[in-house]
Structure formats: C-alpha cells, structure tokens
Write a protein that binds this ligand. Sequence first.
Ligand SMILES: [Zn+2]
Length: 301
Amino acid sequence: MEQATLGVIGGSGVYQMEGLTEVKEVKVKTPFGDPSDVIVLGILGNQRIAFLPRHGRGHRIMPAELPVRANIYAFKSLGVERIISISAVGSLREDFAPLDIVIPDQLFDRTKDRPTSFFGNGLVVHISFADPFCPELSQVLYNAAQKAGARTHKGGTLVVIDGPQFSTKAESEVYRQWKMDIIGMTAVPEAKLAREAEMCYAAVAMVTDYDVWHPSHDSVTVEMVVQNLLKNAEMGKRIVRYAASEIPAERTHCPCPTALRDSIITARDRIPAKSRRDLGLLLDMYLPPTKRMPVAKKSKK
Ligand SMILES: [Zn+2]
C-alpha cells in the first residue's frame, strides 16, 4: 500500500520535520538491511511525506557508513516517487556564500568503495545518468527556495568525497580548478540509487562555509560553522514546506520514472532467481512475473 509519495532525507542539522500532521513512525525492512532510522510518515501541504534523518537521530552514522540502498529501497517500498535531499555543503567559489542555497545540476563522484547499485550478482543494469538530478523537482526546489527568502543559485556541480575528514587545501584547490562549485559527502550514491529505483531526486545544498581554500578559512571557527548549520536547517525545512505544495501530481516532464525501461542488459532467462525476487519492487514492471520456486529438498547421504 502506498503510504507516501514524497521522500525527504534530512542532512546534518535536520533530524526531524516539524509541521507534519497524522504522524506515524514505521520501521521498514529491506533486502539491504535496515535504513538509517525509523521513517516518519505524515502529511505536509497536499503531500504524503516520508521523512528520514540521513545520519539517524542523534547523528550516529558517518557518510561512508550510510545504508543508502536500504534507505532508498525503503522509500520505494512506501510508494515514494520523489526524493528531496537536504544536505550541508562547503562552497568552492566566492559567490556561493555561507547561508546560500544551491540547487545543483551536476555531480562528480570522488567516493571509493561505497555500494552504488542495487544490481550486480548476475544481473547487469546500465541506467543513463548524464543528468543526475531530476530537472522538474530541481525547478520546484529552486522556486521554493526563492519563495522562502534564501539567496539561491540554480545549477552547480557538487563534488562528493568520502570524508569523514574535510579536504586538504591541495584537494580543495584542485576541485576549484576542475570547476566544481560545492563539496559534500552524501549525494553519491543516493542520486544513483534513486535513479535506479526510478525515483526523482533533487537536492537542496545549503552552504555552511567556504571549505579550506578561502583566505578567510583560518579565521572561521567551528562555532560559526555550527551557527550556519542551524540557520540552514531551519531554511531547509521552510523550503521543503513551500515545495510540498508546488509539486505536480503526475511525473510527465522528466526521464526518471522510466529509467530502467531499456537498461536491463542481462538476458531475461539468465537473471538469477534471488536477484529477481529481491528486486521485484524495481523489476516487476519490466519482467515477466516470477514463477514460484520449488522448495529445494535436502538430500540425505
Ligand atoms: Zn524526475
């Protein structure tokens, strides 16, 4: 049964979503383990929302440890069609100042060893990912951010690193030379997995500081960054509230809902039964129904 259509992933500083009505919490089990936390369901504007604090309540899970496949799969199993990601980022350019909002349109993946696909183990799927963020949802978020009163930038390249350490000055300078605009630790693999699950994914990236390249860096205190994080968290929630009332009912203006249509490469009769079963939620639309597998009998020796 569909329980939500809009998923919201709260980043650093955003551990709950105020203003929801008919709130209930659900614990969702997935073939990929448990999500970061229980998922909070409720109504916001005209949307049924599923909210998940990315790092868990109390901020317990670091970026490279996040159970992202479980998080995205759990949203999918609740009926979620679109995901708004809220995250804190560093800025790699002077004109993206602390407290600004960026709605990124490109990603650059510098992570290592994170599971970035639902597929594998005998099932090969190649989705198109040239434009990693949903254009329609990004536009809704841009409008909402402006309405909420934030200084907002439309478009920008988000470079994603593993962390948990921040960059060195040398790394930060290289990212700037590569024309990256903001730096974060979580949009990969979230965006990749959301696309594989045919969900729209767009990000509200909230600038907390100028990373380490900026001449002012040495005078920036942790306290200042935390203050920005808290102010941004309030702004992020306000943006979600505005966005929730502006999201169109049908998804007809973006490629996300049919991402898997021509992407399943493995011959149909070679797809392993376990993958077929575990990923039925994603595959059922495109593959013939699964036959009931006969229960294997243990042979006695
Ligand atoms: Zn979309």
